[in-house]
Design a protein around this ligand. Structure first.
Ligand code: NAD
Ligand code: USQ
Length: 398
């Protein structure tokens, strides 16, 4: 099938584009390279030396003979160009990764909050409006987040895959209804994902668009079989306080001997998935779209849950690097349990990659290889959820 990968230059989008191309799909990446621009703004670079998009697709063609198209386009600002692109290319499916995805970045200033809302909500709405305007039958797969559910709202009850069955009391007895799980975002970024959910619900109902929303956990790892084929195809590895996510940060910190930066007690429990499983899940979602008129299909794209301090202790025991308990720059529950339903992907053939499968070492080796590219002054998270919150000073690197 022909697939547009929106945000296909990013951490999840690039390996997904390669995977889909590898299995025979006709892939076109649409990306405005805003993530690379934010690196310049933050004066930080991916730990791995990612190549420009033009070189990436040229190397892929050189190695495999397969072509990946690239269109530099801003989804939030260039609606007409995007609609025209759909009319010209007539894709069978769209995978939508193209949003500002860092919670700390979304909280760092009024400008970053407004940018995140404008970019994510307008971009997603433009995609939906353009699909309707063209009248094409395009299945949309969107990357959402586990963070739409919030943490601890329903105690230890399992988080369902998108929908919750509730009982509404009436004089004639209880009515059973299925509703979208209540939204409980913990950052402006996560809030944009809860707004996306409403846009999807409306367009699935009103225009019978076929939409799948993947509520993905924190992605860890770097390489997939395709990105590992040649150093020029290497995937991005974010380690800085805004874009680096917790497990990859700990692996990078261990590789350079930096104390592991646990926020608070580390009692936060979060959901995780390896990048190799992300690309498989996207493939599965593309192969199992909803039919027209069906409600938005929601999958929890998660393979394991871990408490942050347990991850830190695991990596510390493997590497001997000490654990530092730092003031938490975020406003979040200090301790929470997380029980997530995740049967759908497994039933459809996902064979989960677990932390115990030996890939922790692979990611640490990648970090070790590029350790000289690390700027240790960028490691501590300095974006706070409210003014006046404390952050840690830089920690000395051994
Ligand atoms: P990323 O920042 O590496 O990639 C996003 C890509 O989208 C970038 O290449 C960026 O340039 C592009 N983009 C952003 N706004 C755009 C616009 N207006 N027009 C065109 N392109 C635009 O992020 P990622 O880690 O690859 O995440 C991809 C998606 O998956 C995001 O939507 C994110 O919310 C979701 N997700 C990521 C994780 C994770 O741990 N990385 C976890 C759960 C969900
Ligand atoms: N944390 C630490 N130390 C660190 C970094 C983070 O203790 O050095 C803690 C945070 O305080 C938080 C948890 O680890 O409690 C997770 O933080 P994170 O930065 O790894 O993940 P998060 O901000 O939730 O965002 C990431 C992606 C986002 C995606 C989300 C999935 O950036 O795009 O939506 O994971 S989820 O968490 O399931 O909502």
């Amino acid at each position: 099938m022909k697939v547009l990968v929106l945000g296909g230059d990013g951490f999840c989008g690039w390996p997904t584009s390669l995977h889909l191309s590898d299995i025979g799909h006709d892939v076109i990446v649409v990306d405005n390279l805003s993530r690379r621009a934010i690196d310049l703004e933050l004066e930080v670079e991916s730990l791995t030396p990612i190549r420009p998009m033009g070189e990436r697709v040229a190397v892929w063609k050189e190695l495999t003979g397969k072509e990946i198209g690239f269109v530099n386009l801003d989804l939030a600002k260039e609606y007409d160009r995007f609609e025209q692109l759909l009319r010209t290319e007539r894709p069978d499916a769209i995978v939508h990764f193209g949003e500002q995805r860092a919670a700390p970045y979304s909280m760092r200033s009024s400008a970053a909050k407004r940018y995140t809302v404008d970019n994510n909500v307008s971009g997603t709405h433009n995609v939906l409006a353009a699909v309707v305007a063209t009248g094409l039958d395009i299945a949309l797969v969107h990357l959402g987040t586990m963070g739409v559910y919030g943490y601890g709202w329903s105690g230890s009850a399992p988080i369902p895959e998108g929908y919750l069955t509730v009982k509404v009391p009436t004089p004639d007895g209880d009515l059973e209804r299925e509703i979208l799980h209540p939204a409980n975002p913990g950052s402006v970024y996560h809030m944009t994902k809860t707004l996306d959910q409403l846009l999807f619900a409306f367009y699935a109902k009103n225009d019978k668009l076929r939409i799948t929303d993947l509520h993905q956990g924190i992605v860890w790892g770097t390489q997939t079989p395709q990105t590992a084929l040649d150093e020029r195809l290497i995937n991005r590895f974010d380690y800085d306080g805004d874009y680096g996510t917790v497990l990859n940060r700990f692996l990078m910190q261990a590789a350079i001997g930096h104390p592991l930066t646990v926020h608070g007690t580390g009692g936060q429990t979060r959901a995780f998935i390896h990048i190799r499983d992300t690309v498989r899940c996207i493939q599965i979602a593309l192969e199992n779209p909803p039919v027209a008129g069906e409600q938005v299909k929601v999958f929890n794209q998660v393979t394991e849950t871990y408490r942050v301090r347990n991850l830190a202790n695991l990596i510390s025991s493997l590497t001997g690097v000490e654990v530092a308990n730092l003031p938490n720059p975020r406003q979040e529950a200090a301790e929470n349990d997380l029980n997530v339903e995740r049967e759908q992907f497994v039933k459809l053939g996902l064979n989960p990659t677990l932390l115990s499968d030996g890939l922790l070492e692979e990611s640490r080796d990648v970090a070790q290889k590029y350790r000289d590219r690390a700027d240790t002054s960028k490691i501590i998270a300095r974006s706070t959820w409210r003014q006046g919150m404390e952050t840690s000073p830089d920690l000395v690197t051994k």
